[in-house]
Ligand binder design. Structure first.
Ligand code: ASP
Length: 341
């Protein structure tokens, strides 16, 4: 009897482990962006180009390692975004741009395509990695979005690291703000024909970061993190933390993270539009994303792009601006890091 039980235990254990391996799919992948905008080769030194490429590579590798070790797509998104948030090169976390009154107000969101759960924070000033606060809202609250000091208070329940204004201060970002402000002043002083909206968003190196991933279990997720736009009005919230605008994920269709002039992305509900074209019209990821970025958004005057992945591991990275920091890494060995058109 004892022998029979041991044998039974052995058979069921091996059946179970077989079942477990059957539910995993070795086809996993990750796609990232570090912002879209007027990124031209002639304005870039080889050293700076290398810095961007190296950092994108670090983020891609870290996210990929998470996936290859069996981590979920949500884990991979957070891991890769944290690396970009910690770099002053990108407009997120450490490298966040300044508001009109000289503050850093950051937005971030994450969405799990398997459960359709989502979490977002907006206007946070003291969270070192806003993507971790967004995940905290998704995992630990009954809400989707929290803002300002409430979001900061809630992030403490997840022990998210905090940082003060000095940590986020970057001279380059400060100078960008002064430059934009000077143009505004000229407008006031001389009544030039430059529209305030043109001036505010003149420095079109948006620099937001985003990641979309497919894990070994066939689940997709997307996340986005940003300091917003230089000289944005205090309290302004962009598209990044708005589910369906700058960030969206649904296993049935795609996982999307956007970058560009947020007001347009909100009005065009860009991320969800890509998903909707796939779900209701049966378009492929590539066709749907192209339709939204290069037709709808462009016709509205919205500059920027997006990255997307579907549950089969198809990847797309369209943009209608001069450049977009972007890259992907797939379990079939394919990998690319690109900046210009
Ligand atoms: N979409 C972001 C925002 O409007 C900016 C960016 O992508 O760089 O806040």
């Amino acid at each position: 009897m004892k022998k029979f039980l041991v044998l039974f235990g052995f058979i069921s254990a091996s059946l179970f482990s077989q079942q477990k391996t059957n539910t995993t799919n070795k086809n996993f992948a990750l796609v990232i962006h570090g912002g879209a905008g007027t990124i031209l080769k002639e304005n870039m030194s080889p050293e700076l180009e290398k810095q961007y490429t190296d950092k994108l590579n670090d983020a891609l590798k870290a996210g990929y390692d998470t996936l290859s070790k069996g981590g979920t797509s949500v884990d991979a998104v957070v891991t890769a975004i944290k690396i970009l948030e910690d770099s002053p090169l990108f407009n997120a976390g450490k490298g966040s741009v300044f508001t009109a009154d000289g503050k850093n107000e950051m937005d971030a969101a994450i969405m799990d395509g398997k459960t359709l759960k989502a979490g977002a924070v907006a206007g946070v000033k003291t969270i070192k990695n806003p993507i971790t606060a967004a995940r905290c809202v998704m995992d630990k609250s009954q809400h989707v979005m929290m803002v300002g000091s409430g979001a900061e208070k809630f992030a403490k329940t997840c022990k998210c690291d905090t940082a003060d204004a000095a940590y986020f201060f970057e001279q380059k970002r400060w100078d960008q703000l002064q430059k934009i402000k000077k143009t505004e002043k000229t407008e006031l002083d001389h009544g030039s024909s430059i529209k305030a909206s043109d001036v505010e968003f003149n420095d079109k190196k948006f620099g937001t970061v985003g990641v979309a991933a497919l894990d070994q279990y066939g689940n997709i997720a997307a996340g986005t993190s940003t300091g917003g736009m230089t000289n944005k009005k205090y309290g302004r919230v962009g598209d990044a933390p708005i589910i369906g605008a700058g960030t969206y994920a649904n296993n049935k269709t795609c996982a999307i993270s956007c970058t560009g002039h947020g007001e347009f992305f909100i009005r065009a509900t860009v991320a969800h539009d890509v998903s909707a074209l796939m779900e209701y019209k049966g378009l492929s990821l590539e066709k749907a994303a192209d339709e939204v970025v290069n037709k709808k958004l462009k016709e509205m005057g919205g500059e920027g792009g997006l990255i997307g992945i579907d549950a089969k591991g198809n990847i797309t990275m369209p943009f209608n601006s001069a450049g977009m920091y972007r890259g992907y890494m797939k379990s079939d060995g394919k990998k690319e890091i690109l900046i210009y058109k």
